[in-house]
Structure formats: C-alpha cells, structure tokens
Write a protein that binds this ligand. Sequence first.
Ligand SMILES: [Zn+2]
Length: 427
Amino acid sequence: MVRLVALFAALGVSGGSRPPLATAADPPAVLLKPDRVFDGVTAECYPDWVVLVKGGRIAAAGPAGEVHAPKDAEVIELPGMTLLPGLIDAHSHLLLHPYDETPWEDQVLKEPLGERVCRATVHARANLLSGFTAMRDLGTEGAGYADVGIKRAIDKGVIPGPRLLVTTKAIVATGSYAPRGFAPEWGIPQGADEADGETIRRVVREQIRGGADWIKVYADTPHGPGPGSRPAFSLDELKLMVGTAGDAGVPVVAHANTKEGMRRAALAGVKTVEHGAEGDIEVFRLMAGKGVGFCPTLAADEAMARYAGWKPGTPEPGRLRSKRETMRAAIESGVAIVNGSDIGVFAHGDGARELELLVEYGLTPAQALRAATGAAADALQLGDKLGRVKAGLFADLVAVAGDPTADIKALRKVRLVMKGGTLYKRP
Ligand SMILES: [Zn+2]
C-alpha cells in the first residue's frame, strides 16, 4: 500500500481524494550485476557498480564491495551490459499510431474510441518493453479522457505499460486547430478542447477534475490565411491558464513552433516547450533563464518528412535542415534539452530513435541519455522519484547490451526492463 500511495504521489495523483487500489506484494530483493552503470547524472559509467532493489525501490547502488545484499536476494548477472535508469519520453501520444498507416484526421474522426484504446494498450506494452518506464502523454487527440483510464489500468497492473503523466484533451484557441477545412456551417469535432479568455479557467479546471496531471496548450498553430503557424493565445490568456492550473498544483506544457509562441509560453510560466521549429538563440536563452525545458521531437519531424516522400540518405528537406540549426541554437543557449519524441506520429516501441537523432544533431551520447533520464525527470518535477540510479528512488531500470555512452544504438538491444521493482523483461 505504501508503495502504491507513493507511486500515485509521484505521478501527481492525490492519494487522499481517490479510492485506494488493490495492493501487490513487494517483489523479493534483487541484486543486478551489470558490466557498468550509467546513473542518469554523470557523463561517465561506473564499471564496478551493482544495484540492489528491494520493495520496489533502489535500496543501494555502488561499488560491488560496498553493497550488501540479503542472503535470499536473487542475483541477476548482466554480462556485457550497461544498467541505466528507465528511459523517459516527455512527449508521447499513446492514442495515436503512425500517420502513414492512418492519417491523423481519420484516426480522430473515424476510429471508434474502443479501437483507439485497444491500440493504446498495445502501444503502452511496446514502449515499456523498449525501455521506456515513464512517459508524459501530451493529448488524446479526440479520445477524451481515455488516457486517464489507461494510466489507471497500468497502475493497477491490468496491462503492462510505462508510468504515465497525462494531459487528457489538451487546450486550443477556438478555430485554431483541426480537423480543419470543412464548410463553416458544420461543427466538426476537434482534436482538443477549445477555450478562450475567461472560459480558459473552466476548461483547465474541468481537465484537472478529469485527471490531468499536466495541462497542455497549443500556444501556436497553423490558423488564419497562412501559410505556417501563428500565435493562437495572447500572453494574458496563457498566464491565466498557467495561474489557474498552478492553483491546483498542475504544471503547463506548451506546443509552440513560432518564436513568438515560444516567447509567450516561456513568459507565461509553462514548464516545457515542445517542437520549437523556429526557435533561435534569443528565445532559447529566454527559456533557459526561466528554467523552461525544451522537447525537440526530432523523430516526429523525421517521420513527417518520410511520410511526405523524403527518403533517408537523400538530401534533407528544408524543414529538417532548419531543425538542425534550431538544435545548434538550443545547445548553445544552455536550455535544458529533454527527450520528447512525439511518439505515436511514428511507431510505438521505436522511442530510441529520438535519442539517436539527439546524438546526430549534436549531443554526446551521455547528454542524450541524461535528456531521457535525470534531466527528463527534473523537467517533469519527478527528479526525487525517477530518472537516476540512486538509493531511495523507484526501481525503474533498464539493461542494454553494450555501452550506450559509447554508441547510442546500444539502446536497440534492451535485455532487461524493471519498473517499480517488477521485471517485465529479463535476459
Ligand atoms: Zn505531440
């Protein structure tokens, strides 16, 4: 029970106001003996470390001679492997699947909710088994509060999946989102909740009542005569959103591609900015100064380019070339880069692609790993629970063959996945 209550607290769910759930017996102590440990903080691996897991948490981590396991502990040898904190993706969509399978609009308008939820359960499992033990899911895109139910099913052990932070329906300015392009006399359902001015308070509070751990706002979108994205909310509206959510202890995350959308979001007090296609050094410095994290979603950009006909290995389209410049500015600015991929636009289970691209776009492998572990946990305000191999934190751990600080592609060879001390995959 203690473990479950702590888990809910970690995920922003108040244990006091929600009914208690079934308890599970704590798994027995486990001693993990890899070749090396990446702790989620440092650039180096520790070659002689072992990790002891007890009661769902990391009981000890350190040199083999200094960690004393109980006699009955199960010893799991991990030869040739690196043990690292469970990976975190701060931008996922469990209720979407790749747009080259089914266009976004058809998923939103034509797939029944039951189908979408069934697919999401498969997605959750694929992500967990590929090493992602926590995800922040940034909008159900027409599937209402389905993410809240999926999170509960995972927490109850009904289906395997990562720990989830959910945003429910997300918020867009009236007329600024999609599906779009229909005759104005038809009221077409939208992929997010519309709100403006004073109605922002009500919509934020409704989503929080429905179970939102974070509020997601589309600070800019392609609306108006175009082309390209334009700011959708005023600075005052964004401040109202952040203030209303903040009163409930709920942080806000902003989708923003324009420099002005990013600037307003940062000034309003959001905690992370997503995509940032037109970000430059000035706006990234503003974000860095305000402690706003940046999720670049490189893998989604790459996927969208492929869906538009680009073949990897041929000259990159302008959108990808300019994203490289954006990343150079972000790295130079010192803004906290957080692993957030927009998975769902591309295949669930392929989350390692974002880390590979972070390295291709200029981070060292250790920096990319930190963006998906310690830095991601900090950005999600869970740094004292997740993202590091450290005594007291949840035993969310992954072992991969090889050394991902030398070659990030080692993340493709996941051999062990543990979440809260429970093994979901083992050698
Ligand atoms: Zn997204």
